[in-house]
Structure formats: structure tokens, C-alpha cells
Design a protein around this ligand. Structure first.
Ligand code: PRT
Ligand code: ZN
Length: 289
């Protein structure tokens, strides 16, 4: 399937990563429509086709050059050890691959599972992890419904993805150890492609990073007495320095800057201690460095 410079992006057709993948592509400025049961969508404003696939098939499509980019869980990549370039962690689809055992059993750590049976859909990741730990188990390969394996006496413990933990609780299982933290990741080809394609991929990557960066920040505006400028400059340094505008009222300034979301409340409290008032905050839609 050689294409005339058109980029193909593979995303999950229907599942936990679909919504986040579509939202990211829209925020990157790609205009397209999706309809149920459609396997393709063509972008109206860029030479890009989207292909909707099962998540497990995405690394293969990218590795074989059928798709140029893909969005997939890092767990799928780590299990397959696919020959693809990991371009950007995407900050959604968070979960962990964890080893869990029945609540009623007295196991305290994975070493207590030595010689036991663990059911999983991730045999390679589990095997690599247990080797590091010096623990030897029998893996029972299951494609789905791993969490019921202990109740069915098919296995003594499981190794599966955990997000909220409610599936484990429902099945009276508890986490003993975590094999890997996982999230969605943007992947691309390792092998060289045409210059035309590389240029578009590069543009898309800058856009994706712009969307990612923006999510980390808030835009903040507030008024303050001019004497507070020096401590305020330290509190909200922004990219180079904050924008400072004199107010019509003498002795006062308006300050505009960006604040890291994770530091936000701490910074706001300190701004107030410095005399900052009328604090306005808005989301940052895109942030291109
Ligand atoms: O049809 P297709 O093959 O495309 O979909 P799928 O059913 O294989 O995958 P899907 O949609 O379930 O998951 C796609 C990706 O989402 C995974 O590869 C992970 O990277 C990511 N992800 C994030 C998760 C979860 N959270 C998750 N909770 N994938 C699966 N789960 C399952 C888990 O297996 C368990 O059954 O949800 C259950 C646990 O969830 P909690 O919230 O009860 O802990
Ligand atoms: Zn799947």
C-alpha cells in the first residue's frame, strides 16, 4: 500500500483509546468526520488518512509501513517489542500492568508466588519482570476475562491491566506488585520514508507536542501593587518573564503569565500573599515553544 505522500494514522476503532485519540487529532487541527463502522476517514485540510483498527494490530501496521503514525497503549508495544519509533507519550489511557492475587490468600509479595500459576494476556512482560525478581511461575495465557481465572481455579494469581481497581475489587483480588505503568503513546516508523512524508510527520509532531504542553499550563492574569513586582516575577516567571502592564490607577500593574497546572494553587496563594487580586485563569489551548 504505497501512498503518494499521504500520511496514514492508525488509531483504535472502538475502545478505551478511541476518544482520546480522536480528541488529540482534532486538537492538532485535523478536520475529519468519523462514522460508525467506517474503517477509513480522509482529512479535509491535510493529506492525511485515518485508519481505524484493533489496538493490537496498530504496531504491526506501523512497523510494516502501512501506517506512518499510530496511537497505541505502551503495554501493547512492550509486549510485542515492535520495531517502531516511540515519538511521544500522550498523557491519556493511563493504567498499570499489575500482579494481583485473591484477597483471602496470604501472599505478601510476588516471591510468594514462586512455582504458582499466573493468568495473563501479557506473558512476555510478566516473564521479563519475574526474571528480574528471580521468581519462576507457570503462565496461563488468556485473551480476556483474566480476572476470573483464580475463581475458576485456572490460576493462583493474575497479571492484568488495572485502571480504577474496581474490576479487582469485584473479583476479590488485590494488587501484589506492579510490572509496568502504561499510557497511550504516539508511534512512528523507524525506517526512512520520503522527505515529503517526513516533513508532514514533523509538522504533526510539533502540533501534538503543542497540545500536550498546553495541557500542563494555565494562563493567569491578575492585578497587583507595583511594589510586589519583584516577588511576583519569581512566582510567575512564565516562558521568559511575565507580561506587566500598568493600570490606569497609579501604583498598580496587571500581570499576565503561564503557570504549571500542578503548581497552580500554591502559586495563587502566594500571589495573594504578595497583594495580587482579581485573579483570572483560563485554559491554554495550544502552546508552541
Ligand atoms: O477491540 P480492541 O482490541 O481494539 O480493544 P481491547 O479490548 O483490546 O482494548 P481496550 O479498549 O480495552 O484497551 C485499549 C488500551 O487502553 C489498552 O491497551 C491500555 O493501554 C489502555 N487501558 C487503560 C486499559 C485500561 N485502562 C483498562 N482498565 N485497557 C484495559 N483495561 C481493562 C483491564 O484489562 C481490566 O479488564 O479494564 C479492566 C480494569 O479496569 P478497572 O478500571 O476496573 O481497574
Ligand atoms: Zn485489543
Amino acid at each position: 500500500m504505497e501512498s503518494n505522500g499521504t500520511i496514514r494514522i492508525a488509531i483504535q476503532k472502538s475502545g478505551r483509546l478511541s476518544e482520546g485519540s480522536l480528541a488529540l487529532l482534532h486538537q492538532m487541527g485535523l478536520e475529519f468526520e468519523t462514522y460508525q463502522d467506517r474503517l477509513f476517514a480522509r482529512c479535509r485540510n491535510m493529506p492525511i488518512d485515518l485508519i481505524f483498527l484493533r489496538d493490537d494490530d496498530i504496531p504491526e501496521y506501523v512497523q510494516d509501513g502501512v501506517a506512518d503514525l499510530g496511537v497505541v497503549g505502551s503495554n501493547v508495544l512492550d509486549e510485542r517489542r515492535s520495531e517502531v519509533a516511540r515519538l511521544l507519550p500522550l498523557d491519556f489511557g493511563y493504567c498499570s500492568l499489575s500482579i494481583a492475587a485473591p484477597e483471602r490468600e496470604a501472599y505478601r509479595s510476588v516471591s510468594d508466588l514462586d512455582g504458582k500459576r499466573i493468568a495473563t494476556s501479557y506473558p512476555q512482560m510478566l516473564r521479563r519482570y519475574l526474571k528480574q525478581q528471580g521468581v519462576s511461575v507457570k503462565t496461563v495465557l488468556l485473551k480476556g476475562c483474566v480476572e476470573i481465572a483464580p475463581a475458576l481455579k485456572v490460576a493462583d494469581a493474575i497479571c492484568d491491566l488495572v485502571a480504577t481497581g474496581s474490576t479487582l475489587r469485584t473479583n476479590r483480588l488485590r494488587v501484589l506488585d506492579t510490572v509496568s505503568q502504561c499510557q497511550a503513546i504516539l508511534i512512528g516508523q523507524k525506517r526512512p520514508t520520503s522527505k515529503k512524508k517526513r516533513d508532514i510527520v514533523e509538522r504533526l509532531l510539533i502540533r501534538a507536542k503543542g497540545v500536550q504542553e498546553a495541557r500542563k499550563f494555565k494562563y493567569i492574569m491578575f492585578n497587583a501593587p507595583i511594589e510586589a513586582l519583584e516577588p511576583i516575577k519569581k512566582l510567575v516567571p512564565g516562558c521568559k518573564s511575565p507580561t506587566v502592564i500598568p493600570l490606569a490607577e497609579p501604583g498598580f500593574i496587571a500581570v499576565h503569565s503561564m503557570v504549571l497546572e500542578e503548581m497552580f494553587w500554591e502559586v495563587v496563594e502566594k500571589i495573594r500573599e504578595c497583594g495580587g487580586r482579581d485573579i483570572l485563569v483560563s485554559p491554554v489551548e495550544k502552546f508552541i515553544r
